[in-house]
Design a protein around this ligand. Structure first.
Ligand code: AP5
Length: 251
């Protein structure tokens, strides 16, 4: 199993460097994936399993915004401050803001450990910008993992999600409950409902997904990168399904 990285370079940007639990030699063959799918389908849960098993870091754009929330307001740029407003309402953050954050973190795309992009790209304009960035760096992506689940199951995953206010670990009231209700198993932090998991914000997020993100499946299918994975079942089953689908993908 690969060493765990604290993702400082991704979460903080700028000159921040990652700390690894052991020296990161990097796998022989770094894996590079985009994870696609509706809000709450389980991208973050799969990214964690993929990261544990393949060594690549989970690079979630949502996590950058959530990390920015804990910064002193004086340390947030006006664009980041505005992004938090979009996120709270469930709307997509403007492409230019997201792309500036990605350009600042291009070192994470170059990382010898590979990458698991989670929540980026989310529009065709973002996908085109990513393609340009990767081409400029001479980096090839392995595949785009597209997870799919019926809407009623997605809503149940989202409405039962609880997140640790300190270490950001993710639980679910029925499918992954914490040992003590409302308390994180890992750091004893308080578990809370994400601001954008309120019903009004969920509705806006789903609309944004259908309008702007769902068309990316066709975009990546045309490029021969799309791997479609049904996301029903336990996380480990979906992970195994992912590995099987990847093994069957023509090179
Ligand atoms: P982001 O953080 O990316 O959120 P999201 O895409 O809405 O996805 P989620 O984190 O809600 O869900 P997930 O699919 O990761 O599911 P999870 O594994 O947690 O984005 C948030 C916001 O930031 C956006 O709305 C936007 O405002 C902004 N943003 C971010 N990136 C952007 C971009 N590129 N452009 C513009 N704006 C951007 O699972 C959900 C729950 O289900 C958990 O409780 C989990 O325990 C449970 N669960 C997971 N898998 C299973 C399973 N197999 N069985 C049972 N339960 C399961």
């Amino acid at each position: 199993m690969a060493s765990k990285n604290d993702r400082s370079a991704w979460l903080k940007g700028g000159t921040a460097q990652c700390a690894c639990e052991t020296a990161l030699a990097g796998p022989d063959q770094p894996r590079r994936f985009v994870l696609l799918g509706a809000p709450g389908v389980g991208k973050g849960t799969q990214a964690e399993l993929l990261s544990q098993n393949l060594g690549a870091c989970q690079l979630s754009t949502g996590d950058i915004f959530r990390a920015a929330k804990s910064l002193d307001p004086c340390d947030r740029t006006p664009a980041l401050e505005a992004a938090l407003g979009y996120m709270k309402r469930g709307e997509l953050v403007p492409d230019e803001t997201v792309l500036n954050l990605i350009r600042e973190r291009v070192g994470c795309l170059r990382c010898g450990g590979g990458f698991l992009l989670d929540g980026f790209p989310r529009t065709v304009a973002q996908a085109e910008a990513l393609a340009q960035l990767l081409a400029g760096e001479g980096i090839k992506m392995d595949a785009v993992l597209s997870y799919d689940l019926p809407m009623e199951q997605i809503v149940s995953r989202l409405s039962g999600r609880r997140t640790c206010s300190q270490c950001k670990a993710v639980f679910h009231v029925t499918t992954k409950p914490s040992k003590v209700e409302g308390v994180c198993d890992h750091c004893s932090g308080a578990l809370s409902i994400r601001e954008d998991d309120r019903p009004e914000a969920i509705r806006v997020r789903m609309e944004a997904y259908h309008k702007s993100t769902a068309p990316l499946a066709d975009y990546y299918r045309r490029k021969g990168l799309l791997v479609e994975i049904p996301a029903a079942g336990a996380p480990e089953e979906i992970y195994a399904r992912t590995m099987t689908a990847l093994a069957a993908k023509p090179a």
